[in-house]
Design a protein around this ligand. Structure first.
Ligand code: HEM
Length: 520
């Protein structure tokens, strides 16, 4: 005790004479102590039965900053050090990564009794989607909701959606891209086009017509809340959380009035998602409550809008630097329609024609390979999970993480894997060609295995149900824009980097791009 008092007295005297050096020394001692503590923490957190833990300096925070800045680079670096499985600490959460195709299968096909998407995502999505739908519903109920949504994603619906997509894109560029050539914020324009096309087809013309009456602002408020921050700080009363609740309640009110109006005029049928959901029933005969219809529509818009906008923007940015691919699109159009297409005078393709555009298909597929909008997939472990072929067991409470974009850009599977080469899909094996075995989780048959290097739409019980909608929406937007304009990158900005701050991986903004009107 006396020694401690002596030390404190010398420290106080030193502080009085040289405060700057003293602060510096104190800071050094603090950093040193934190590092030492961190090492201790690392040792105590590593159990021989768990995959190795990535070393970190600050306890609790762990690898949060490094991972948050560039998750894909972080995973690649640690894969080189630890192999395909390792655990990292992120703000107190233990994240166990399993990479490559076996990891994809491990996470996507995790048994519901072992690891769930509900436990991983619900705290993030509930304030936005609302109660009782998707991750806020028991798994079996969620699968039924996915089945109901698929009723609005059928071929007859797609046939009705194509002319709406074309009309919306034409209206947008006629209103906003009025000059013969200009530089525009491409991400902003494409996001607006996808909101309009998706709202019109999924939510119906009534909601679409209200976009400029505040509905777009309400979406935007919800968007701001759907961020990785909510995954980490779901307990914090952030202002965005309260604004999201208000925006959600207001949208709920708007949806209820549209649904009530449609119920008054039962004779008038609409071919859109709203009507499909209003006609849906659970297996036990219960109708989908109106509140859940509105919540599902919000969930679908949130799931589909950003993913499609990011993919379309990345595709156009790559087309802007690959004139040869644009020429291939025009050559295919000419061959299909038997004449050179002009900027104004191009035919409105049918659903079957859009589906058949092979070059555009390769463009979307290749963009999704290297720029998959959802780069990490999470599940929360609720019962210990053994990693097959190893002695490792992932304990309950950890999250398991797959990153299909890691395998999709691995040289082991694709030559020049980071390059954007749509023509590789003329010969490369596509996901749908790989495994014919299917399972029905309650929303229709889906491929059973997830042992594929490229899985932009996921796999297993949580597989995306919007893939076909996304393909025809993106291909139609590209078809209209490429017929009307030529694109080039803005020399001042060049090709943007990826922005990992949002849940969907967008190009880092502002995403400026040049368009030039094509002559007829
Ligand atoms: C699920 C990607 C468009 C609705 C998923 C998942 C991925 C994904 C990776 C799986 C998530 C997981 O396993 O944790 C994409 C991409 C899209 C796209 C890349 C566009 C390029 C859409 C659209 C809709 C939609 C347009 C709606 C019309 C859904 C739904 C789920 C889902 C309802 C199911 C969630 C679950 O079961 O957990 N999507 N999606 N998506 N997506 Fe999409």
């Amino acid at each position: 005790m006396g020694a401690l008092q002596g030390a404190w007295a010398s420290y106080s005297a030193f502080m009085a004479h040289s405060p700057v050096s003293c602060v510096a020394i104190t800071a050094l001692v603090l950093v040193f102590s934190i590092i030492t503590l961190a090492q201790l923490e690392r040792k105590t957190n590593s159990s021989p039965s768990e995959p190795p833990t990535v070393s970190y300096y600050v306890p609790f925070i762990g690898s949060m900053i490094e991972y948050g800045m560039n998750p894909i680079g972080f995973l690649r670096r640690n894969q080189k050090i630890h192999g395909d499985h390792f655990t990292f600490l992120m703000f107190g959460r233990r994240m166990t990564v399993y990479l490559d195709i076996d990891g994809n299968d491990f996470v996507f096909n995790a048994k519901q009794a072992c690891a769930t998407a509900q436990d991983a995502y619900n705290s993030m999505t509930k304030p936005i989607f609302g109660e009782g739908v998707i991750y806020d519903a028991p798994s079996s109920m969620m699968m039924e909701q996915k089945r109901m949504v698929k009723a609005g994603l059928t071929v007859p619906c797609f046939r009705a959606y194509i002319p709406i997509f074309i009309k919306e894109v034409n209206q947008y560029v006629d209103k906003h891209w009025t000059k013969d050539e200009d530089t525009v914020n491409l991400l902003q324009s494409i996001s607006e086009m996808t909101v309009m096309t998706a709202s019109h087809t999924l939510m119906g013309p009534e909601i679409r017509s209200k976009l400029y009456e505040g509905v777009a602002d309400l979406y935007h408020t919800l968007d701001l809340c759907l961020s990785p921050m909510r995954f980490l700080f779901d307990w914090l009363p952030l202002p965005s959380y309260f604004s999201a609740q208000k925006a959600h309640d207001e949208l709920d009110r708007i949806f209820s009035s549209v649904i009530a109006e449609r119920r008054k005029h039962t004779g008038k049928k609409h071919v859109d998602m709203l009507d499909a959901l209003m006609d849906s029933q659970y297996k036990n005969g219960d109708a989908l409550p109106d509140k859940h219809i509105g919540n599902l529509l919000i969930a679908l818009l949130m799931a589909g809008q950003h993913t499609s906008a990011a993919t379309t923007t990345w595709a156009l940015l790559n087309l802007a630097t690959n004139r040869d691919v644009v020429d291939e699109v025009h050559a295919e159009n000419e061959a299909r329609f038997g004449r050179k297409l002009g900027a104004k005078n191009f035919p409105e393709p049918s659903y079957e024609e859009v589906k058949g555009f092979a070059v555009l298909d390769n463009i979307v597929r290749e963009t999704l390979r290297i720029r998959a909008p959802i780069s990490q997939i999470l599940r929360k472990v609720i019962s210990p999970m053994a990693i097959p072929g190893t002695n490792y067991v992932v304990p309950a409470g950890n999250y398991i993480v797959a990153s299909p974009i890691n395998s999709a850009t691995d040289e082991k599977y694709y030559k020049a894997a980071e390059d954007w080469v749509p023509s590789r899909w003329n010969t490369a094996e596509k996901e749908e060609d790989m495994d014919k075995a299917t399972t029905d989780y309650g929303f229709g048959a889906t491929t059973t295995s997830a042992r594929s290097p490229v899985l932009p739409f996921g796999a297993g019980r949580h597989r995306c149900i919007g893939e076909q909608f996304a393909y025809i929406q993106i291909k139609t937007i590209l078809y209209v824009l490429l017929n009307r304009f030529d694109f080039s990158l803005d020399p001042k900005c060049g090709m943007p980097e990826r922005n990992f701050r949002s849940l969907v991986v967008f190009p880092q903004g502002p995403v400026m791009c040049r368009y030039k009107r094509r002559s007829d």
